[in-house]
Design a protein around this ligand. Structure first.
Ligand SMILES: [Zn+2]
Length: 82
């Protein structure tokens, strides 16, 4: 048996990866709403098709929401002087 934690799924859209609170593994074509409110459609691509894309960067809004929920302080240097 393979166990996949839905909370560990990070949907990537347009080179940005988000957090999503999922009840289970989404079916391809199923709409997913990210924590930041962005909605996307699930698709599972083999790594070979993703090789040309750049490394995703993290959605700052999702990151902030997750940190709030888990009681992790926000990264000060991210929000401060940049
Ligand atoms: Zn997001």
């Amino acid at each position: 048996m393979i166990y996949i934690d839905p909370l560990m799924i990070h949907p990537v859209m347009d080179g940005v990866w988000h957090h999503a609170r999922l009840a289970g593994i989404p079916d391809p074509g199923e709409a997913i709403t990210m924590l930041c409110g962005v909605t996307g459609v699930a698709a599972f691509l083999p790594l070979s098709q993703r090789r040309h894309s750049t490394i995703p960067r993290q959605c700052e809004r999702c990151d902030a929401i997750v940190r709030q929920q888990r009681g992790i302080p926000l990264r000060q240097n991210r929000t401060g002087r940049n």
